[in-house]
Design a protein around this ligand. Structure first.
Ligand code: GAP
Length: 496
């Protein structure tokens, strides 16, 4: 039975096992920024490839796109991001320190749990807060600024950083622009040279809508998918890969009829399909996935309805994916601002209209974190000598495991074991990520592969020379079976 381990355990394992490294470590780590190591990049790439296969390759109504990170500045004015893309900030006038309002509330709720020895359920806490502050969930980023301010003034009277527990003198909760910018060209003091770094990949899709319509045979309903980097000047990045300033998104803009009932049906269909994909493709535990509908004061400026798919992280439930009904907000605004026609001409009915949009949007970095949290396990088992031992095993599904098969020559100095192992490596590496490992006792090599989640290990021994067979050991059951070398390709083809 898998249980959730602490974030500290996962961070330490991820660093030790080459998944994630602290950013620019040799010059001193900038807190909460991370680089992906050899296994981390492979895991992330496998998740990305699986998503692309599911959403683009296997869907006749979908196409892909790769737009630039630095887009025309007008895009962000038109999309509303220049005016509306912000985080809630609150200052302490006594010390000049600045805090992200929802974050300090989150920490305070965590403290409330601890003070009560975890005896209060989330429902109990919600009930108390509802009576005092009219809030209906424990996700402060969804609360209005007034509710956040009210809570902070009453529940967190002192500055959270202050050692002297001096009462804080709070400002109102204010907006903080989250987009990064840079300059293009050689003149940096020219306002025209200022250019925003995209905070979402979605706008690259909207500005290419007309191109796709004019140059492909796509007809509404259809979707465009994009995977790429996004940048947000988060005031308080943290919780490992959960909230970082540079991250990757996978977004789909799905263009549907402008009739509200048809659009809502597409919205509902996406919701159902989405739950199925998290559980059956990425194989996240069903009890760690839930839906939460945004309240009206939480909705993004472009949305007429949003559901979050939430995952249960060690600190509690948090967003993994958003599914938003963006109406015709973006295309209509881009039509007005650019003067370019964004209407769709229905070839069957002759109607002309601006399509509405359903947007499933998820973070690749956050998904990688959820997958790691869900896969990591510490299992007690009885070894060959009847003794109890504990092993760390990352139970990644085969499709996304960074290494699919490890190949061990039983004796590192035996020419035949080594030669056959290399032959198997050459045979399998054309279609699978495989690893050659000849270091240490076989038991140690198994443990090493369990820790990085390799589903199968092949051992080459004397039987391989004599009868052309190898031992294949299963990561989860730890059972071994004998398989002919000639049949290995077919064996793994069936699994993948
Ligand atoms: N186009 C809509 C949009 O960007 P969002 O809810 O702001 O919606 C979508 O972001 C997804 O991007 C989130 O569900 C989350 O997985 C991921 N995400 C957002 N901000 C992030 C951050 N600072 N670090 C890591 N992932 C983030």
């Amino acid at each position: 039975m898998l249980r959730m381990h602490s974030l500290e355990t996962i961070v330490s394992w991820a660093k030790r096992k080459w998944f994630v490294y602290p950013w620019s470590d040799i010059y001193g780590w900038l807190a909460n920024a991370w680089d992906y190591g050899p296994y981390g990049i492979q895991l992330k790439k496998n998740i990305q490839d699986l998503r692309w296969k599911t959403f683009v390759q296997q869907k006749p109504d979908m196409v892909g796109l790769d737009a630039q990170i630095l887009m025309h500045p007008k895009v962000w004015e038109t999309s509303g991001h220049v005016d509306n893309f912000d985080d809630p900030l609150i200052d302490d006038k006594n010390t000049g320190e600045r805090f992200r309002a929802d974050k300090i509330i989150e920490d305070q709720i965590e403290l409330m749990r601890k003070w009560n020895n975890e005896a209060l359920s989330d429902d109990d806490i919600i009930k108390t807060l509802q009576e005092k502050y009219w809030v209906t969930n424990l996700i402060p980023e969804s609360w209005s600024f007034e509710k956040m301010h009210d809570f902070i003034v009453k529940e967190i009277p002192n500055n959270p950083n202050s050692k002297k527990s001096k009462p804080a003198d709070r400002t109102e909760v204010r907006k903080f622009q989250m987009m990064f910018y840079t300059y293009q060209g050689v003149v940096h003091d020219d306002a025209d040279a200022k250019i925003w770094m995209r905070p979402e990949t979605a706008q690259g899709i909207f500005v290419n809508f007309r191109n796709i319509l004019d140059t492909t045979r796509m007809r509404v309903p259809f979707g465009i998918a994009q995977i790429g980097k996004a940048f947000r000047n988060e005031i308080t990045p943290g919780n490992f890969l959960y909230r970082t300033r540079e991250f990757e998104q996978m977004e789909i803009e799905y263009f549907v009829s402008n009739k509200k009932d048809e659009a809502m049906k597409a919205f509902e269909d996406r919701k159902v399909a989405s739950k199925d994909r998290w559980e059956n493709k990425l194989k996240l535990s069903a009890d760690k996935i839930r839906f939460r509908e945004h309240e009206s004061d939480e909705l993004s400026h472009y949305s007429d309805g949003t559901f979050d798919v939430e995952f249960e992280y060690p600190r509690g439930w948090g967003e993994l994916q958003g599914i938003a009904y963006r109406t015709d907000f973006d295309l209509k605004n881009h039509q007005e601002a650019s003067g370019k026609n964004m209407q769709y001409n229905d070839p069957f009915t002759g109607e002309r209209y601006i399509p509405h949009v359903i947007e499933p949007s998820f973070g690749l970095s956050r998904t990688t974190l959820a997958v790691m949290l869900d896969a990591y396990d510490e299992e007690e088992y009885t070894n060959g000598k009847g003794e109890k031992e504990t092993r760390v095993v990352a139970r990644f599904p085969f499709a996304i495991a960074p290494v699919k098969v490890a190949i061990f020559p039983l004796i590192k100095k035996d020419e035949n074991h080594v030669r056959i192992s290399h032959e198997i490596y050459a045979q399998l590496s054309g279609s699978l990520m495989v690893e050659y490992d000849d270091g240490g006792a076989i038991g140690k090599r198994y443990r090493r592969q369990d820790e990085i989640g390799t589903p199968y290990c092949i051992t080459v021994d004397n039987a391989s020379t004599e009868s052309g067979t190898v031992t294949v050991r299963n990561r989860d059951t730890m059972e071994q079976e004998t398989i002919k070398i000639d049949e290995l390709l077919e064996f793994f083809a069936k699994i993948s």
